[in-house]
Design a protein around this ligand. Structure first.
Ligand code: SAM
Length: 229
């Protein structure tokens, strides 16, 4: 069995009972950064658990090793540093390989233990219409960046993006430029969700550059853009 386990995006209290139980019961945990997961386990009082590092670019041999362990009947858990694995995080290659592996897929051996994800938390607190939305993840750094932002002009669904502290200013300014023909369009900037310095800023395209300047440049950010009206 491979259990995909979501972990908190900041507040330890958001871990689910099933996640704790699974992390306790499994034979080993496949994770992104062994220090981050080691720290989470310590806080949960889970000791002496084998950690298998498997970050985004892990080679096929490592994935083969994980498949062999699953075939041998071991129970492995997959976590990322925070939130839900595969959501702008590693895990896709492993899960897609396991799902396509005939011997393993016949045994229905993947389960999910759902939990926190920053984009869902940001959407729900945004106050924007979220009956339909588009998840972008991190915008590209160079190629396709302006084309992506231009595509927002005609987007009738709410848009949600991830951004790091290093690029939050630049990204907000470029989005404001791309959407300058729609100055009233809503933008919500969610910072440090579920953490001590959680902050949700409601602004508009017209005021986005100003908002970017006065934003505390620390922590993690989600940008939510309202739909074209
Ligand atoms: N797998 C994670 C999830 O399910 O949300 C996302 C991982 S991605 C590598 C990290 C990005 O998620 C950060 O750069 C930020 O954009 C967003 N993020 C993660 N935690 C956050 C938080 N507590 N508050 C705001 N944004 C957060």
């Amino acid at each position: 069995m491979l259990s995909i386990v979501a972990t908190p995006i900041g507040n330890l209290g958001d871990i689910t009972l099933r996640a704790i139980e699974t992390l306790k019961q499994c034979d080993a945990i496949v994770c992104e950064d062994t220090r981050v997961t080691g720290n989470l386990l310590k806080q949960l009082g889970i000791e002496k658990k084998e950690l298998i590092s498997c970050h985004g670019y892990t080679d096929d041999r490592k994935i083969d090793g994980i498949i062999e362990r699953l075939q041998a009947g071991q129970h492995l858990a997959l976590v990322s540093d925070a939130g839900t694995p595969c959501i702008s995080d590693p895990g896709y290659k492993l899960i897609s390989t396991v799902s396509q592996h005939s011997a393993l897929s016949a045994q229905h051996c993947i389960e999910v233990i759902p939990g926190p994800s920053a984009f869902l938390a940001a959407l729900s607190v945004s106050g924007l219409p979220i009956n339909q939305f588009v998840y972008i993840g991190f915008p590209p750094l160079k190629k396709g960046r302006q084309t992506l932002f231009q595509s927002f002009v005609e987007e009738k669904r709410t848009i949600v993006l991830y951004e790091s502290v290093h690029r939050i200013d630049k990204t907000l300014c470029e989005i404001a430029d791309a959407l300058s023909s729609q100055p009233d369009r809503a933008i919500v900037i969610a910072r440090e969700l579920t953490k001590m310095h959680e902050e949700v800023t409601h602004t508009t395209v017209a005021l986005a550059k100003e908002a970017a300047t006065s934003l505390m440049k620390k922590g993690e950010f989600v940008i939510v853009i309202g739909p074209k009206r």
